[in-house]
Design a protein around this ligand. Structure first.
Ligand code: FMN
Ligand code: SF4
Ligand code: FES
Length: 599
């Protein structure tokens, strides 16, 4: 394969970066932030941060990252080819081998595999344009498929059948499979109880007028009246904690950068790759202006004029909707220079992920934006001291941010009066698995697991165990069905709310198959940077394989002991949360006696 770029390979890169002769001004990135002349964590300057978007542009245009195109990107961005290859090979959505122009990524993860995913993959087996995929964030409509298409926008498909996947692969025209589907059950659209989801499925996500008529932008107006200090005070009073999994108090994090004198940045984390999680997708698809408004409020409060929205690559529709909202908000003076005549300037730049779960970890996300492999950084320094491009950075999850208008309009105390003392406010839960009505459900903290499952239409068969918090969380038995879903109650029960995944599995579930899938997920997604996680995730999978193949090395009890030791090594010795939690779901299945028989 030639490493000399062909005309079409050059054209694909030039279309994105601008023709070499025209400097940086001519390409799709005409507002190029090559002015990001910041040293960053790695000390590299200026253009390196364009590496991933440039590779994505090549992938989108010609269907793979050919050696010629890779070399031309390197030439244009002054990045050594070996480095760029290291980055390109990190991301599952970038192909370094030539492949068909349309490829279907078929979800084989925890929810889909028990609900038609395995059968779909079997029906499509042997095709070179079908690849198995980790969770695509559409667990409510299994089986889920993402179609990557050279020269055309990517397409999410849910409730897929072999027939429609084959037709789309053959080039059948795009029919948006469910234009009115945003993750929440249609029966919930417009329900009076909803606050965060009140507009989802009700407003046209492309209409700023609709958004404003439904109360949109009242929060920003209030914020500009209040001023940054009072906003942070109100956020602290609300007691809100982050919804991205780590549950850190939002106001305390914000205060840490508000006191710094240098430029600071806001990053909204919309990577959402934890299997079973799809709430942020629903918010961005169904109510994109609310994220734009909320990010603007956050930027104003912390004193940031630039922000990045990192959306997982598997969410093309969410990215389209938010990009449209950003454009419309700018045209209406609600974003950009001098927001609503206040003198405050604020911009949002969308960056797409490349198919790597670890890039949801905030420091891995910084490296990804900066054009490096998405490997987590050692902390300290914490992002609030030295984050993206080495600047103080606030990272917040989509759902966390979307609470802001509510907190400002109703007051921090009113928000804190909802939920419990330690888990204040309202929460979105992602319900899938063996339940009648999968979807995102909005409740106050303190609602029990049983109540949530009932809201979602109840189980479709007797529940053997429920996966709580995602595959980084754990399975809980029916004895915990009355557990109030709060940070404190889950902690006391030795489990975690994580990303608010609630996935019940019935008594006929093959838990050994699920355990193998979870082990394979962590083995695949470990970035490989630190030994306990890189080796531990492989050893964990091997031990399970031996047990389930009926060939344990030292009896099942011996393998269980080994698995416990591996889990401890990963939990205690890994750099980041992926390693810390890579053994927890499997350990919980062992403790519940759902795998391995009697040790
Ligand atoms: C392996 C891993 C994956 C993560 N993925 C996400 C994610 O997809 N979205 C997210 O908001 N937070 C994710 N986080 C948590 C982030 O590091 C960070 O805590 C969060 O974005 C902060 O926002 P919040 O305070 O609003 O929750 C992940 C953490 C780890 C360890
Ligand atoms: S714990 Fe795993 S994912 Fe995290 S840095 Fe180490 S190897 Fe990478
Ligand atoms: S989309 Fe398949 S498990 Fe989430």
């Amino acid at each position: 394969m030639s490493a000399t770029p062909s005309e079409s390979e050059r054209a694909a890169v030039d279309e994105f970066l601008g023709a070499p002769s025209s400097g940086w001004a001519g390409g799709a990135r005409s507002e190029l932030d090559h002015h990001v002349a910041l040293g960053g964590y790695h000390g590299a300057v200026e253009t390196r941060h364009l590496l991933l978007p440039a590779l994505q542009a090549v992938q989108g245009a010609i269907g793979w990252v050919s050696p010629g195109a890779l070399n031309y990107v390197c030439e244009r961005l002054s990045v050594p080819p070996a480095e760029a290859h290291g980055v390109a090979s990190f991301y599952a959505l970038l192909a370094l081998e030539k492949r068909p122009p349309r490829v279907a990524h078929v979800c084989e993860d925890v929810s889909c595999r028990t609900r038609g995913g395995r059968e779909l993959l079997a029906a499509l087996s042997g095709r070179d344009d079908v690849v198995p995929s980790p969770c695509l964030g559409q667990c409510d409509r299994s089986p889920a498929v993402l179609l990557q298409r050279a020269g055309e926008p990517d397409l999410s498909l849910w409730g897929a059948t072999p027939q429609n996947v084959i037709a789309l692969l053959a080039g059948a025209p795009l029919i948006d499979p469910a234009p009115g589907h945003y993750g929440i059950p249609q029966s919930e659209y417009g329900s009076e109880q909803l606050r965060l989801l009140s507009r989802v499925g009700v407003v046209d996500p492309y209409s700023l007028d609709d958004y404003r008529a439904a109360g949109g932008y009242a929060g920003l107006a209030r914020a500009l009246e209040m001023g940054p200090k009072s906003i942070i005070e109100e956020v602290k009073r609300s007691g809100i904690r982050g919804r991205g999994g780590a549950a850190f108090p939002m106001g305390i994090k914000w205060e840490a950068v508000a006191g710094t004198s240098s430029e600071r940045l806001l990053v909204c984390n919309a990577d959402e790759a934890e299997p079973g999680t799809f709430k942020d997708r629903g918010l961005m698809e169904g109510d994109p202006f609310s994220l734009v408004e909320s990010m603007t409020i956050a930027g104003y409060a912390i004193g940031a004029s630039r922000s990045y929205l990192y959306i997982r690559g598997e969410y093309p529709r969410a990215a389209r909707h938010v990009a449209g909202a950003i454009e419309d908000a700018k045209a209406a003076g609600l974003l950009g220079e001098n927001v609503l005549g206040s003198g405050f300037n604020f911009d949002i730049e969308i960056r797409m992920g490349g198919g790597a779960y670890i890039c949801g970890e905030e420091t891995a996300l910084f490296n990804s934006i900066e054009g490096y492999r998405g490997e987590p950084r050692q902390k300290p320094p914490f992002p609030t001291e030295a984050g993206l491009f080495g600047l103080p950075t606030i990272v917040n999850n989509v759902e966390t941010l979307i609470n802001l208008p509510l907190i400002l309009l109703e007051g921090g105390d009113a928000y804190a009066s909802l939920g419990t003392a330690e888990s204040t406010g309202i929460k979105l839960f992602c319900m899938s698995g063996d339940i009648a009505l999968p979807g995102v459900y909005e409740v106050e903290f303190g609602t029990t697991l049983r109540q949530l499952i009932e809201m979602a239409g109840g189980p479709i068969e007797d529940i053997a165990a429920t996966l709580l918090g995602g595959v980084a969380g754990s399975f809980v038995g029916p004895d915990l069905l009355d557990l109030p879903l709060t940070f404190e109650d889950t902690k006391a029960a030795g489990v975690s709310l994580g990303t608010a995944v609630v996935m019940p599995f019935g008594v006929s579930t093959d838990f050994e198959d699920l355990a193998m899938r979870i082990a394979a997920f962590f083995r695949d997604e470990s970035c490989g940077q630190c030994v306990p996680c890189r080796v531990g995730t492989v050893r964990q999978e091997e031990a399970l394989h031996r047990i389930f193949a009926g060939a344990p090395l030292d009896g099942v009890a011996g393998e269980f002991e080994l698995l416990s030791e591996i889990n401890d090594a990963m939990r205690l010795g890994s750099i980041c949360g992926l390693g810390h939690t890579a053994g927890s779901a499997i350990r919980s299945l062992m403790e519940l006696g759902l795998i391995g028989g009697t040790p």
